[in-house]
Structures are given as structure tokens and as C-alpha cells.
Design a protein around this ligand. Structure first.
Ligand SMILES: C[S@@+](CC[C@H](N)C(=O)[O-])C[C@H]1O[C@@H](n2cnc3c(N)ncnc32)[C@H](O)[C@@H]1O
Length: 229
């Protein structure tokens, strides 16, 4: 681990605590979250350039806004999959998709993205919004390794995440302070998004630094390297 990694704060809550906390807030999550992220979340999905007929996975889908967007893009012949640790979030997403008449194109599962129940090379694209930064520092390469396993060669990964790349703003330090002080409640903290993805063996295709209510964030689109034996 080098000095930059040292500066990424650790995550001190268990998966059971994560599940419990997202289950609790799932029914009112959209009232306090999403307003500011929406623009960048949509931008990230658009940059993933999902095509009709594709097979796409979202990790940590929350209340299902992006699942809906992706289900529309893959069309009748495509399929969207989603994995989230919270059964409460799964229920909220299911209702949203049912209402939109898109549930038949979406296959949702409740589980930890570190152990995904999908086979090798299954997906054309994988997407994560405000979820990669919830994994503890040693887990980040592991979850990216799992994504590589389930993505086909040449498949795309889209990530929207809080970032440590844009300097050391006051708000970022406040967020890190809150994460350390209240680890049970403030689970997210900024990470090195592009660098983590590159180190996991992906090629970076697109990157954009954005400000999430003053907090630095990144959108990164990467491609799983095609091996030419
Ligand atoms: C901050 S929310 C983001 C939700 C949504 N992607 C968005 O942008 O609005 C993080 C989501 O990741 C899920 N999550 C957290 N840890 C997870 C894990 N280890 N595996 C799968 N999902 C996880 C949570 O239940 C929650 O729904």
C-alpha cells in the first residue's frame, strides 16, 4: 500500500450493519438523496452508451432510478440485472419498475457485490453509482476483480463516485471527519476512483471530475481489456 492509499479512510461497519441501515432508510431515501446526484448519475449512465439487446448489471441500485433508465435502453431483447445488499432497496426498486412496466426486463437479487452469483463473462456493461466508495479500502480491488470476472472481454464499467482526486476541499475534509466520527451513519468517503479502476486492469475510456454539492466526485468509464492470445 503506498502513501496515497494510506490517506483513504477505512470503512468500519460490517455488511450486516450496512444492510440494516439501508433497509431502514430505503422507504424515504429518495426524499433526502438523489436530488443533487441525479444529474451526474444520469450523465454516467449516458456515457456507458448502453445499446439495445445488451446485458447490463447495476451494483448497489438503491431505489432503482438507473435500473429504469437502463431497462429502457436495452429494450425488449436486452436484460438488466441488479444486486444490492438491502432487501428494502430491492422492494422500492421493484415497485418503481413494476409501475413503469419494465419489471420483466430486470432481474434483481439481494446480496453482497463481493460475492456475486453471476457467471464469468456474462455482462456487456456494469454500472455503480455512489457505491464503490462504500467498500473498505482492501475490498475495492476485490469488488473490481469480481466486476472483471462477470464482464465480457471488451465490456464496459461505469462508475460515479465521490473522489479524493480533486484536491482537499473543506467540504471533503468535513465529510471525512464525519465518516471517522460517526462510522455507523456516514458510510461513504472519497476514494481514488480512476486510479483504483486502472490498477484493477481496466483501460480508462472517459473521465470527468464533477462537483457534488461542493464535494469532489468522478465519473469514469473503463473497458475490460481484451486479451489477444
Ligand atoms: C449510497 S446508495 C446509492 C444508491 C444508488 N446507486 C444511487 O446512486 O442513488 C448505496 C447502495 O449500495 C448498496 N450497497 C452497499 N454495500 C453493498 C454491497 N456490499 N453489495 C451490494 N450493494 C451494496 C446499498 O444498499 C445502497 O442501496
Amino acid at each position: 500500500m503506498d502513501s496515497q492509499d494510506d490517506k483513504i479512510l477505512r470503512v468500519h461497519r460490517t455488511k450486516a450493519q450496512t444492510k440494516e441501515s439501508y433497509d431502514k432508510i430505503s422507504w424515504f431515501y429518495d426524499y433526502f438523496a438523489g436530488v443533487f446526484e441525479k444529474k451526474f448519475r444520469n450523465m454516467a449512465v449516458e456515457q456507458l452508451k448502453i445499446k439495445e439487446g445488451e446485458s447490463v448489471l447495476e451494483i448497489g441500485f438503491g431505489t432503482g432510478h438507473c435500473l429504469k433508465q437502463m431497462a429502457q435502453s436495452v429494450g425488449e431483447n436486452g436484460q438488466v440485472y441488479g444486486i444490492d445488499i438491502s432487501s428494502g432497496m430491492l422492494e422500492v426498486s421493484k415497485r418503481r419498475l413494476e409501475k413503469a412496466g419494465l419489471l420483466d426486463r430486470v432481474d434483481l437479487c439481494c446480496g453482497d457485490a463481493l460475492k456475486m452469483p453471476y457467471g464469468y463473462n456474462k455482462f456487456d456493461a456494469v454500472f455503480m453509482s455512489l457505491t464503490l466508495e462504500l467498500f473498505d479500502t482492501p475490498e475495492i480491488p476485490k469488488v473490481l476483480g469480481e466486476i472483471k470476472r462477470v464482464l465480457r472481454s471488451g465490456g464496459r464499467l461505469g462508475v460515479f463516485s465521490m473522489s479524493k482526486e480533486n484536491g482537499n476541499s473543506l467540504l471533503m475534509r468535513l465529510c471525512e471527519w464525519a465518516h471517522e466520527k460517526f462510522p455507523k451513519y456516514i458510510d461513504c468517503r472519497p476514494i481514488y476512483v480512476e486510479r483504483s479502476i486502472k490498477e484493477a486492469g481496466f483501460n480508462i475510456e472517459y473521465k470527468k471530475k464533477v462537483g457534488l454539492v461542493g464535494l469532489p466526485a468522478e465519473i469514469v468509464i473503463a473497458v475490460r481489456v481484451i486479451y489477444d492470445f
